[in-house]
Ligand binder design. Structure first.
Ligand code: APR
Length: 230
């Protein structure tokens, strides 16, 4: 089986009802991204940051995966499929995808500030100041601006082994995630799905699809599965 790697960003979940970051003047759900999604923001006002992620969790409990998430799951019929997502939602999981690398953490988990142990919280609220059983302060399991991206190394490895790379719903403005696209082999086919950006990107093996995730992915996946069956 060939390897397909999907790199997804906030646009992947837009049609499920979750807002993107950079489609709204750098404001996200009425907040300045740097105040609620950076390590400095957490140090400055942890209660605000905590309550922001409590709201994100409760919002996540009422949205559903869209046709794009389900199409990516269907790729597994014909390809070794790995999803590398910048999203902290669990919509790829809920659509059934098996191999998922969360570059920027997961809303449904908490992390101990003491030793990085992870704890499930699901869609519940975290009371700021709560401690893990070993006494560490619990924080959202989110990779904030100003922090290392521990899953990057594994993601690079997967991209290097990709025969096909599908990049969907990301502005490719945030590093190191945006650099992943540079690690493909020269003969890797790249599909870039975005209704608003990247139309001027050109390269030999690159196809830019100006459409949304929920519309473009079912068609592309159908085509890729058919190619495999012939
Ligand atoms: N389908 C596909 N793409 C879409 C859709 C859609 N329905 N709607 C919007 N988009 C595109 C936008 O045109 C934009 O290029 O999705 C992209 C979203 O870009 P960003 O908001 O910058 O999101 P992302 O690239 O995931 O951001 C990266 O920034 O703040 C951090 O940690 C956060 O993981 C996030 C990172």
């Amino acid at each position: 089986m060939k390897n397909v790697v999907v790199l997804s960003g906030a646009g992947m979940s837009a049609e499920s009802g979750l807002k993107t970051f950079r489609d709204s003047d750098g404001l996200w759900e009425g907040y300045d991204v740097m105040e609620v999604a950076s390590y400095d923001g957490w140090m400055k006002n942890p209660e605000l940051v905590n309550s922001f992620y409590n709201d994100r969790r409760s919002q996540l409990s009422i949205v559903e995966p869209n046709a794009g998430h389900f199409a990516i799951k269907d790729l597994e019929e014909a390809y070794n499929t790995t999803v590398i997502t910048q999203n902290v939602d669990d919509l790829h999981e809920r659509a059934g995808s098996k191999n998922i690398i969360h570059l920027h953490g997961e809303l449904t988990k908490l992390r101990s500030s003491k030793n990085n142990d992870l704890y499930e919280i699901g869609y519940q609220k975290l009371k700021y100041g709560s401690l893990c059983p070993k006494g560490g302060l619990l924080r959202p399991h989110i990779v904030w601006f100003g922090e290392l991206v521990p899953m990057m190394e594994r993601a690079v490895e997967m991209v290097k082994s990709a025969h096909i790379l599908i990049v969907v719903g990301t502005s490719l403005e945030v590093y190191p995630a945006a650099s992943l696209i540079d690690f493909v082999q020269t003969n890797t086919e790249i599909y870039l799905i975005d209704p608003n950006r990247h139309q001027d990107m050109e390269s030999n093996k690159l196809t830019v699809i100006k459409n949304t995730a929920a519309k473009a992915l079912p068609q592309l996946v159908n085509r890729l599965i058919n190619l495999c069956n012939h």
